[in-house]
Design a protein around this ligand. Structure first.
Ligand code: PFF
Length: 440
């Protein structure tokens, strides 16, 4: 057992790309697309943007301040600022990271499988049949294991040589792939229908509690909030950084990628005439409908399919890295493990837990609902209460490195009153609906 000196990002670009890499993931493409299509298109997108600004950015600033101020992962950071009692919130974060990664990696494994089969030329005409074959059972488990090994290899490389370097190489590639797909989608006949669905807002849905709670859950999931990932990345920052600015850049980039991914996905869905296959199947939007349509388009379709699933894989990898880092950083802080040992033990345990959702898709769907709708929102609520009411001098920590401090009292007030009230409302509705989905 050894304690290594605390690592640091090499500079601003490395940190920003790694944090954007954490935020931009399957959530921006897979989860965002199916939630948007289930919740009325434009209305959901608008709500999601509003909640990203109102809930997401203040909570992100809170996480970054706690991380940077303590220079530790979530368990020690909360113990540091709140004493023993609050360290259990840090433990809940680590547990969330553990659980999310165990099923997230299964979905990421599907993307690997789709790329491999398409490149090898063996992708069948019927995407539904292929999805059923590869999405649960031993094959899904095998690809999940491969994905976890790749994730562990990066995390083992450490902050600069592993996480930062991977983000520096992969994030520009990801932006190019998603931008290219959106341009391609624009050229398709019938794309207009897709834009209309995606961008037209039905204002009657904006007040629907069910749409509100799902947009809030998605804002947390997509920004990697409510489980200490951004806090952990913040713990490798120095005092120079202007944290509100960093939050804005990360949140803005995350929204833009989701938005542009929608500009690719919805025109494709409508141009290819597959909208009826999409609604109703949460996991199916990207994995069943799109490949089925691509396969009818000859070589061009095959190329687009490979690009699409490579983009999903890259997005998933840089997010999975941040989830594993939450668990690894905490094991390094609290148990004084070396990075290598922490990664091996945490990664192996998560890989084993992921075998269950890999073998049974219903477990994966229920876990995703509980995590996205309840666990992350509950984590965000507890964090807002902690920083808003309990923590001493949060403004001092958040404003270090910032020249203009006028806005910080507004930030603290948001964390004290409006954000907890909105999150309580969201949590109540989510628990009700998750309960109904599981029991009913
Ligand atoms: N933000 C990631 C996505 O949109 O796919 C998922 C995620 C990563 C959630 C890290 C939570 C987290 F801590």
């Amino acid at each position: 057992m050894s304690q290594e000196p605390r690592e640091e990002w090499s500079g601003r670009l490395g940190f920003i790309l790694a944090a954007v890499g954490s935020a931009v993931g399957l959530g921006n493409m897979w989860r965002f697309s199916y939630l948007t299509s289930e919740n009325g298109g434009g209305a959901f997108v608008l709500l999601y943007l509003l909640l990203t600004l109102l809930l997401g950015l203040p909570v992100m600033l809170a996480e970054l301040s706690l991380g940077r101020g303590s220079g530790r992962g979530p368990v020690s950071a909360l113990r540091n600022f709140g004493g023993r009692r609050w360290s259990s919130l840090g433990a809940l974060f680590v547990l969330s990271g553990f659980v999310i990664l165990s099923y997230y990696s299964v979905i990421a494994g599907w993307t690997l499988r789709y790329v491999a089969t398409t490149v090898a030329g063996g992708f069948p005409a019927d995407g539904g049949e292929f999805f059923t074959r590869v999405s649960e059972g031993n094959e899904a488990a095998a690809y999940h294991v491969v994905f976890m090994i790749i994730t562990m290899a990066v995390v083992m490389g450490g902050i600069r040589r592993g996480i930062e370097r991977t983000a520096l190489i992969l994030m520009p590639v990801l932006f190019a792939l998603i931008g290219g797909l959106a341009i391609y989608a624009f050229t398709l006949d019938g794309a207009g229908e897709g834009y209309r669905f995606y961008l037209q807002t039905d204002f009657s849905q904006i007040m629907d509690p069910d749409v509100i709670r799902q947009a809030a859950g998605q804002a947390f999931f997509s920004l990697s909030l409510g489980m200490g990932a951004i806090m952990t990345y913040g713990s490798y920052l120095s005092g120079r950084h202007h944290l509100p600015q960093e939050s804005l850049v990360i949140g803005g980039a995350d929204f833009m990628v989701a938005f542009v991914a929608g500009l690719a996905v919805f025109p494709m869905i409508f141009a290819l005439g597959i909208q009826s296959d999409v609604s109703g199947s949460s996991v199916g939007t990207l994995f069943i409908a799109l490949p089925t349509a691509f396969q009818q388009m000859g070589t061009a379709g095959t190329v687009v399919q490979v690009v699409f699933f490579i983009a999903l894989f890259v997005a998933a990898l840089t997010s999975a890295i941040s989830m594993l880092e939450v668990v690894v950083a905490s094991a390094m802080d609290s148990l004084k493990f070396s990075r290598k040992r922490a990664t091996l033990i945490a990664g192996t345990a998560i890989t084993l837990c992921g075998i269950l959702p890999a073998k049974k898709q219903s477990v994966l769907e229920i876990t995703d609902m509980i995590v996205g709708d309840v666990l992350l929102v509950a984590g965000g609520l507890a964090l807002a209460i902690f920083v808003g009411w309990h923590m001493r001098d949060p403004i001092d920590h958040a404003s270090e490195g910032a020249a203009d401090v006028r806005w910080f009292p507004v930030w603290r007030w948001l964390l004290r009153v409006p954000i907890p009230l909105i999150l309580l409302f969201v949590l109540y509705n989510s628990i009700k609906s998750v309960y109904a989905a599981i029991i009913g």
